[in-house]
Design a protein around this ligand. Structure first.
Ligand code: MBD
Ligand code: FE
Length: 281
């Protein structure tokens, strides 16, 4: 289980830096004034309505302002938005998506990780803690044909719930990698079972959760982006059957189709299989 660590404080700020860096390489899109007005008006109306319905007071309004200032200064906008808002953006995107179900990207994706062969072990420390997990499967298209050379861009927390790149005590690239499927679309990745993730309790997002009396946990999960030329990317997460918080994710990002059921293999390692289905781009 996750223990308190001095590294938790910096993680939200790092997510802001990672987000800026990713935006720089993706380039901005222009949104029409009509669209900006339409969406922002709807958001503001929702806020206005909440203030009326709940009879929000001046002290509460000023406390909210202070919290929003702290959220930005603490670098936690990505963390807060991905935990409490992204699942609905994903829900809307899913309306036009076929094949494997998607889930939220979250704040801890880092691009440009090393490419690994179809049978690989994720980069990890020599004494990496956690139950070994062998994750196998096949990538197919919506017609059932295997997709050779598909990329499984994988990232996950370690056995204490920390992500490399967002926790200074972890080596760069730990438990991250891009596994490339073989000629039959198959892959076999050896890793460790991640721990559940706890929102850092020492920042504004954790402060809100505490003040509201909610719990700060996400169930243990593997993150993936699956991509192949001519196919639409799938950004998703895989969870673990029977795992703590699978039915009570603070980020509301679980789906019944995305739950692995690992079983011990002959070698004692847990084995889980998942096949991905990509639709045409
Ligand atoms: C995570 O690990 C995560 O996946 C999401 C969506 C939000 C916060 C932390
Ligand atoms: Fe995560």
């Amino acid at each position: 289980m996750t223990t308190t660590s001095p590294t938790a404080a910096g993680s939200g700020a790092n997510a802001t830096q990672a987000f800026r860096a990713a935006r720089q390489s993706s380039g901005g899109e222009v949104t029409s004034p009509e669209r900006v007005s339409d969406v922002v008006q709807a958001v503001l109306s929702g806020v206005h309505e909440a203030i009326r319905a709940k009879k929000v007071t001046y002290p509460e309004f000023q406390a909210a302002k202070q919290w929003l200032i702290d959220l930005g200064e603490g670098g936690e906008w990505p963390l807060f938005l991905d935990v409490f808002v992204e699942h609905v953006v994903e829900e809307v995107a899913a309306e036009t998506q076929h094949g494997t179900k998607g889930s939220i990207l979250g704040p801890y994706y880092l691009p440009d990780q090393p490419k690994l062969p179809s049978v690989s072990t994720l980069p990890m420390r020599s004494d990496e803690k956690g139950k070994p997990l062998v994750f196998t499967g096949q990538v197919r298209d919506t017609d059932g044909n295997p997709v050779a050379g598909a990329e499984l861009d994988l990232w996950q927390a370690d056995d204490e719930g920390y992500y490399s790149g967002f926790a200074p005590h972890l080596p760069e690239g730990n438990l991250r990698g891009v596994v490339v499927s073989d000629g039959h679309g198959r892959f076999e990745v050896t890793t460790i079972q991640p721990a559940p993730y706890r929102i850092p309790t020492d920042g504004p997002t954790g402060g809100l959760i505490e003040a509201a009396g909610w719990h700060p946990w996400r169930p243990a999960h593997l993150h993936l982006i699956v991509r192949a030329p001519g196919h639409r990317n799938i950004t998703t997460q895989l969870y673990f059957q029977g795992g703590r918080w699978v039915d009570d994710d603070v980020a509301q990002a679980t789906k019944p189709e995305l739950v692995l059921d690992p079983r011990p293999g002959d070698d004692g390692k847990l084995r889980a299989r998942y096949d991905f289905v990509l639709e045409p781009a």
